[in-house]
Design a binder for this molecule. Structure first.
Ligand SMILES: Nc1ncnc2c1ncn2[C@@H]1O[C@H](COP(=O)(O)OP(=O)(O)O)[C@@H](O)[C@H]1O
Ligand SMILES: [Mg+2]
Length: 395
């Protein structure tokens, strides 16, 4: 009797193919898993609680009605309210009155649109009624069948104040540029007219004629600088009006290169590509862009004597590229050169300029719904191109 019993017992404890012991074993395994899951949940819940409580960012949990369920210490410190004052209150009650809609938007995005997360810059009124600018990032999560929002507050008041000061300074700077450029224009026009009279009155073989020529050159430079400043003012105010006409781009480039070649005897400007194409645009403004690019190509390639201008077309656009073999631009500076008053450090010290040419050029091109592109290698040269919508081929 003992033997079979013993055998049965043995079978029970082996890992072999007996059917009867499995439910027991499965129950044990399930129990072990359950314990682990509960432990993991408890662990993650305690981790979550620690992160929520200890975070240096203001944290809170809100429900779908924007009612504050829980806040952490950092948030109470940030806003000056106690946890008791905040918990149970609608977040809209402490929002800045002008920014209440931001919360409605956040609510809509998270709960109605079912976005997993949403971020917004908005204003809160602190307990002392001072305004706090904050970046609010919310994610939604489910708990016991309900959906809550976990919201992180980042104090961005300082950055917002800096942005405001910067904007005010920019406005003042624009006003100053506008006044100065207009005030300088009038006397310059008079000086220019007097110089032209002198040029006619003095014969070319007289010593003074050279002085007049020199002052003419500098008057033109000054005029160009002032016109750039006037253009910047116009761009800032959105007052650049285009005088749109159809013109043959091929003939236009040839004429432009022709007049620039006489001004820049140091460089040979080659034109490659004779595309018979008409574009629609403001010829004066597009000429300004091309002149800017060629002038830059000359200015920034003092040790080379060649400039290539290429015309090509693709997908309804014409592309005009100006290539030089000069100092080039470092990769890190490429994205900045179209910014207002931006000049690459090195170039800024050795070459004269205000850093406005490419800014004005890019504004003109974008007004024509065109684009700019640049390829450059330090010490090897630069290619800057712009593309404009094409009208038709003249076959
Ligand atoms: N062809 C070029 N080669 C090298 N650097 C260039 C070239 N064109 C522009 N840059 C750089 O971009 C800056 C901005 O150009 P731009 O707006 O025309 O201003 P500016 O010529 O008055 O400095 C220049 O100061 C120069 O550093
Ligand atoms: Mg320039």
């Amino acid at each position: 009797m003992a033997k079979p019993h013993q055998k049965a017992h043995e079978t029970e404890t082996t890992d072999d193919f007996s059917l009867t012991p499995i439910p027991d074993k499965a129950a044990k395994v399930i129990e072990a898993i359950k314990t682990r899951v509960i432990k993991t949940l408890e662990n993650s819940e305690s981790k979550f609680r620690t992160i929520f409580e200890q975070s240096t960012f203001g944290n809170k949990i809100i429900d779908s009605d924007l009612r504050i369920i829980k806040v952490n210490r950092a948030l109470t410190q940030l806003l000056g309210y106690s946890a008791e004052e905040l918990q149970g209150t609608l977040i809209t009650a402490i929002a800045h009155p002008e920014y209440v809609n931001d919360w409605k938007e956040l609510q809509a995005k998270l709960w109605a649109d079912k976005n997993a997360s949403f971020s917004i810059d908005t204003c809160i009124l602190m307990k002392d009624q001072a305004t706090l600018w904050c970046r609010v990032t919310s994610i939604i999560f489910e708990d016991s069948g309900a959906t809550f929002g976990y919201t992180i507050f980042e104090d961005i008041t300082e950055r917002k104040n800096m942005d405001r000061i910067r904007a005010e300074v920019d406005t003042k700077k624009d006003e100053f540029i506008s006044i100065v450029s207009h005030e300088l224009r009038t006397p310059l026009t008079t000086i220019k007219a007097i110089n032209q009279l002198l040029e006619k009155a003095v014969s070319k073989d007289q010593t003074y004629y050279g002085f007049i020529e020199k002052s003419n050159y500098h008057i033109l430079r000054l005029e160009k600088l002032i016109l750039d400043l006037v253009d910047v003012t116009k761009i800032q105010a959105g007052n650049v009006d285009l005088n749109i006409i159809n013109f043959d781009v091929n003939a236009f480039i040839k004429a432009c290169i022709g007049s620039l070649q006489t001004i820049h005897p140091t460089h040979e400007i080659h034109f490659k590509g004779t595309l018979p194409v008409t574009i629609m645009g403001d010829q004066f403004r597009i000429e300004q862009v091309l002149i800017n690019l060629i002038n830059n190509a000359v200015k920034y390639s003092p040790s080379s004597n060649k400039i290539d201008v290429r015309l090509s077309s693709a997908a309804g656009y014409v592309k005009i590229a100006v290539q030089d073999y000069g100092i080039g631009i470092a990769k890190k500076n490429l994205s900045s050169i179209f910014k207002r008053f931006y000049r690459v450090g090195e170039a800024g010290h050795h070459f004269q300029g205000l850093g406005l040419g490419l800014y004005i050029a890019s504004e003109i091109v974008s007004k024509h719904e065109g684009t700019f592109g640049i390829e450059s290698k330090l010490g090897e040269g630069t290619t800057i191109w712009f593309s404009l919508p094409m009208v038709q081929h003249l076959d």
